[in-house]
Each structure stands twice: as structure tokens, then as C-alpha cells.
Design a protein around this ligand. Structure first.
Ligand SMILES: [Zn+2]
Length: 203
């Protein structure tokens, strides 16, 4: 079932856990609004399967990259997919940021974990973004889709149609770590290895 949740929307049936009461900055101050489970960003036969996710990997965290700032360390996991394949939120949270410049259009979801910490999932190289900043989402909410053939060609990524997925600890770097981390130490200040993260979340 696919639903979208809006902060402040007063409904008893559609709310994911509880209707949020504090909206400014989308601060969750109720422990029952945490995200305690994560999933693959794609519809798979099993969205909790680590091996299905691994089958899609074409680029890993920390890889040396020549694009953008030459020599930077890759900040995410590249996950191949079909043309137009839908991309879903990996878990419960809300949209805190949308970047609209092709071919790096992206969405950021903020997740509050049971231990009180915050993580961000960032989905890059997507089109037809279907959410807005402030929307509540969960793993059944399509955020956007991967490129079609024409978009892939104009993006000039070669033949690999993929989602660039980052798991971040912070957005304070204003996205700079995504393309300009010149050391692992610099990269690790903003991001964590998504594969390590999913190893703890998928089976
Ligand atoms: Zn990437």
C-alpha cells in the first residue's frame, strides 16, 4: 500500500505511527516515531535480502573517482537498476532536502533511530521526484525513478544506470562530502559505508 504523510495532517487512519505535533524543523520528539527497520530502496522479491542488494552493486564506498573533483573518494553505494525503475525510501522518515539539478537530482530522508541518533539516506541520479520537503515517507513510498535511456545518455555516465545511495551522519557539509572528499577521514566525517550499514539491517 502506498501512502504519503504530510506533517500536520490530522488523520487517524493514514498516520504511520502518530500524527506529528511539532513541525518546525521536523523534530521528532516522540520515541514512537523512530525508524527501527530499513529496507532495500528497490522493490525486490525480498527487500530485506542483503544478497539481492549486493547483486546490484557497481560502485562501493571509498572508491577512487576521477569525476567532479579528480581523486575524490566515492561517498555512496552505486546500485544498478533498470530504466525507469522506481526508487523507494529505505525506511520511515521525512524529506529534508531536494536537489533539482540534472543529472544529480536527489532526495534526502532524515531517519531517527531508536538510540536517539539521526541518519540521512540520500538518493542521487533520480528523475520524476514524487515527494516534497516535509513529506513523511516510509519504505512503501516511491521517491522517484531511475533514468530512462535518453537521460542516461545525456548524463554521460557510460552504460551504468544506477542509484547513488548515501548514508549520512550529517548534512552540515552541505553535500560537499558527496563529491569532494579527498581522504577517507574527510569522507567519514559526513558519511558512513552504506554496505556496512545494510549488513546490519538486511539478512
Ligand atoms: Zn555513486
Amino acid at each position: 500500500m502506498s501512502m504519503m504523510y504530510y506533517p500536520g495532517e490530522n488523520t487517524s487512519e493514514r498516520k504511520p505511527k502518530e500524527t506529528p505535533v511539532k513541525l518546525s524543523g521536523f523534530i521528532l520528539d516522540e520515541t514512537d516515531r523512530v525508524c527501527d527497520e530499513f529496507f532495500s530502496p528497490f522493490t525486490e522479491t525480498d527487500r530485506k535480502s542483503l544478497s539481492l542488494l549486493k547483486d546490484r552493486i557497481t560502485g562501493i564506498y571509498g572508491e577512487y573517482r576521477r569525476s567532479h573533483k579528480p581523486g575524490h573518494f566515492h561517498a555512496g553505494l552505486d546500485l544498478k537498476g533498470d530504466f525507469n525503475e522506481r526508487v523507494y525510501a529505505i525506511g520511515f522518515g521525512w524529506i529534508v532536502q531536494i536537489f533539482r539539478q540534472f543529472p544529480h537530482r536527489s532526495v534526502v530522508v532524515e531517519h531517527h533511530l531508536p538510540d536517539g541518533s539521526i541518519l540521512y539516506s540520500m538518493y542521487v541520479h533520480i528523475e520524476d521526484i514524487q515527494v516534497q520537503v516535509g513529506d513523511w515517507v516510509d519504505e512503501n513510498i516511491p521517491l522517484a525513478r531511475l533514468f530512462n535511456a535518453e537521460e542516461l545518455e545525456s548524463a554521460d555516465f557510460g552504460t551504468s544506470n544506477h542509484l547513488h545511495l548515501e548514508i549520512r551522519k550529517t548534512l552540515a557539509d552541505r553535500g560537499r562530502a558527496s563529491y569532494a572528499s579527498m581522504s577517507m577521514a574527510e569522507l567519514n566525517m559526513a558519511c558512513i559505508d552504506p554496505l556496512k550499514f545494510f549488513k546490519g539491517q538486511l539478512k
